[in-house]
Design a protein around this ligand. Structure first.
Ligand code: MEV
Length: 420
């Protein structure tokens, strides 16, 4: 676009000036971009063509007890009900003994894809005899992770089509999320394969489908504390089991069920400075692991308890990426008090399960709107400029007249102000 050529070479101030000069923004909007940029240097390090820092609220979810340890959980989300629901769900689970979470394994995976293969079976048989050499090549490409106790651990082969083979490398990335470690190792392995065994490499890249980086969180809630809205505990528990079944049967419901889980998961992943697109991709792929997209959690009645369980692939790290650069990510790490990436995984999976519990509890009892409504009305009151004192009155009046549009809110606010 004219006027924007070599935009990335301009300084931050020049970039803002160009936006004004090209009539894309006004002078006062330029000021807004400037004042919203809390840290221009970090922004410039993180991305190209940085103009400002976009803001998403951060809050703390309470009541989390995981493997006997109490946590306050920083969550970054713009959705009004998420943190309230999270704390509420975690509170009920806490009264029932808290969450338990365990790591199955923590290996990240990447693939070297070979194309134009003549005989995939022969090639795989040949490569199978070279596994230890290829692991050695991978480790030599990234000696520092080996020094830290990690390194390439396994290689597997998948014939994707008669002419296409994937060489899957599994790596212990220790505290990192591991994308760079994997990609470096994969390119070295690809070069070795290309030199000696098969020339045509299509690509070498980390896989976000982290099936050997799994964590399971569980909770058990006494059925008799679940009674709500005139529905007794047993009935509520049965409805939980049915809701869980529904999410297994119907991909349309499963997507929403999992969206509710990801409301919690993403909010913690973002707060921790990790790549939430990687986690999203991983979890949704895992939801389809048997060929149909299904709910990621399950709820069932076992004797007098409602038992919840979730297993998620969580490719996250405790070091590297934004974690080392963004001050808030560091502070959140301090608030979360986790020792290592595995513990962070247990927290994230637990939040996903508690978030799902809160959503299903509302859905099968009073419905989702009741709890959401006051929070939505609060956002509405704020959006029309009500101050802290006015907000509660605007909400109360809107609830009284059963309206939730901004004209009604505006009229109420004017009435309140007129009374003064
Ligand atoms: C809304 O963001 C999330 C829910 O729709 C999740 C669910 O339906 O399970 C409430």
């Amino acid at each position: 676009m004219d006027g924007f050529s070599k935009y990335y070479k301009k300084t931050w101030q020049e970039r803002l000036d160009i936006l004004v000069k090209q009539n894309k923004i006004t002078l006062s909007q330029r000021q807004m971009l400037e004042s919203l940029a809390v840290n221009q240097e970090i922004g410039d390090i993180q991305i190209e063509n940085f103009i400002t820092q976009y803001q998403i609220p951060e809050g703390l979810a309470m009541n989390y007890v995981i493997n006997g340890k109490e946590y306050i959980v920083p969550m970054v989300t713009e959705e009004p009900s998420v943190i309230a629901a999270s704390s509420h769900g975690a509170g009920i689970i806490k009264r029932s003994g808290g969450l338990k979470a365990k790591i199955h394994s923590r290996l990240m995976m990447g693939q070297v894809v070979l194309e134009n293969v003549d005989d995939a079976k022969i090639l795989v048989n040949q490569l199978q005899t070279q596994i230890s050499t290829l692991i050695e090549v991978a480790n030599q490409a990234h000696p520092s992770i080996v020094k830290r106790g990690g390194g390439a651990r396994e290689i597997e082969f998948r014939i994707l089509a008669p002419d296409m083979v994937s060489v899957d490398l599994f790596v212990d990335v220790q505290e990192a999320m591991g994308a760079n470690i994997l990609n470096t190792m994969l390119e070295a392995v690809a070069a070795k394969i290309s030199e000696q065994y098969h020339r045509d490499i299509l690509m070498s890249i980390l896989s976000n489908y982290a099936t050997k980086c799994l964590v399971t969180a569980t909770c058990e809630i006494p059925i008799d504390i679940l009674g709500k809205n005139g529905i007794d505990g047993k009935n509520v528990a049965q409805k939980f089991a049915q809701a869980s079944r529904l999410a297994q049967l119907d991909p349309y419901r499963a997507a929403t069920h999992n969206k509710g889980i990801m409301n919690g998961v993403d909010a913690v992943v973002i707060a921790s400075g990790n790549d939430w697109r990687a986690v999203e991709a991983s979890c949704h792929a895992y939801a389809s692991k048997d060929g149909q997209y299904r709910g990621l959690s399950s709820w069932e009645i076992q004797a007098d308890k409602l038992v919840g369980k979730i297993t998620l692939p969580l490719p996250v790290g405790a070091v590297g990426g934004s974690i080392g650069i963004v001050p808030l990510a560091k502070l959140n790490k301090q608030l979360l008090t986790f020792e290592n990436a595995k513990e962070l995984e247990t927290i994230i999976a637990s939040v996903g399960l508690a978030q799902n519990f809160a959503a299903l509890y509302a859905l099968v009892t009073e419905g989702i709107q009741k709890g959401h409504m006051r929070l939505q009305l609060k956002s509405l009151a704020k959006s029309i400029g009500a101050n802290e004192q006015e907000i509660t009155r605007v909400i109360n009046e809107l609830e009284k007249i059963g309206k939730r549009d901004s004209n009604s809110a505006q009229a109420i606010l004017e009435k309140i102000r007129g009374e003064k």
